[in-house]
Design a protein around this ligand. Structure first.
Ligand SMILES: [Zn+2]
Length: 289
């Protein structure tokens, strides 16, 4: 496993999700009315902020607010969708800014993924009838066909592939100029984590991967991914790029990576910032070799 990586965003939530309270309508009603309860407000992935750039909370907590959990003081936290406000910031930029405590970023990630799921699952995937929210936001039911629908988490493999003190990275055409990162992709049904990683790396770069170690994971709420982080050993070196997936890929030395991390690379190349799991996988590939 990677050593402590406190700069990685959206990990280590401090809320007790208290799942046993989600069906307790009496308790939920009291918690919504309790003055110590808090309800964060999001407009898609934009977070409502106060004039002091802290979180802005709802004045009143509505019946359709999602219950996130209890904090250390036993106070309930909720989340609700809200239209645009004067002061908002995209959750990615909020995480990069470091202006909020890490536990608040974690509950915002939970809120963002759940709110997005409700916005996109108003109708039954089985029969098309309108669905209804249950369990304070952790289930939807279809009154017509009785199907139950649960919030989804999409598994994504992300892997730093290494060979001879070099690490393989690629870039997509849509990324900021000079940005390179680890290869990644969605898992497919019926795959193991390791098989998905080997398939993605082979498809995108032509590189075969042998031994793989799963070293870290990170919820990534854009909208609902779980990044499963690995370090793997390449079995060959000749890169063959699939240009429908990535624009370029190459091997990077330890000196390259250090300069990219510090922003001093001679060609202006960069790696993702510490809030992203990719940053830690890239550096971890050199720790463990
Ligand atoms: Zn249905």
């Amino acid at each position: 496993m990677l050593k402590n990586v406190p700069a990685m965003a959206f990990t280590g939530s401090e809320l007790d999700r208290a799942a046993h309270l989600r069906r307790d309508e009496g308790w939920l009603a009291r918690a919504r009315a309790e003055t110590h309860s808090r309800c964060v407000l999001l407009d898609d992935d934009k977070v409502h902020l106060s004039s002091e750039r802290g979180l802005r909370f709802a004045h009143a907590i509505s019946d359709d607010a999602i219950f996130l959990g209890l904090d250390d003081d036993g106070h309930a936290w909720f989340a609700a969708a809200a239209t645009a406000a004067d002061t908002m910031l995209d959750l990615r930029n909020l995480a990069a800014s470091g202006s909020l405590p890490a536990p608040q970023l974690d509950l915002l990630a939970q809120a963002r993924s759940l709110l997005h799921w409700h916005q996109r699952h108003g109708f039954c995937a089985h029969c098309g009838h309108a669905t209804e929210m249950r369990d304070a936001g952790y289930r939807r039911v279809c009154p017509a066909c009785k199907a139950e629908h649960f919030p989804r988490t999409d598994s994504v493999i992300i892997i730093a592939v290494k060979r001879n003190r070099h690490v393989l990275m690629g870039r997509q055409a849509s990324w900021p100029p000079g940005m390179y990162s680890t290869l990644a992709g969605f898992m497919e049904p019926g795959e193991t984590i390791e098989d998905a990683a080997r398939r993605e790396v082979k498809e995108e770069s032509g590189i075969d991967v042998g031994a793989i170690e799963i070293v870290a994971n990170q919820p990534w709420p854009f909208p609902s991914s779980l990044m499963i982080g690995m370090i793997g050993e390449a079995l060959n070196e000749d890169i063959v790029i699939d240009t429908t997936e990535i624009e370029h890929a190459r091997w990077f030395s330890h000196a390259d990576i250090e300069a990219m991390k510090l922003g001093t690379h001679k060609d202006g190349l960069k790696i993702p910032p510490p809030l992203a799991i990719a940053h830690h996988l890239i550096l971890g590939a050199f720790q463990s070799s």
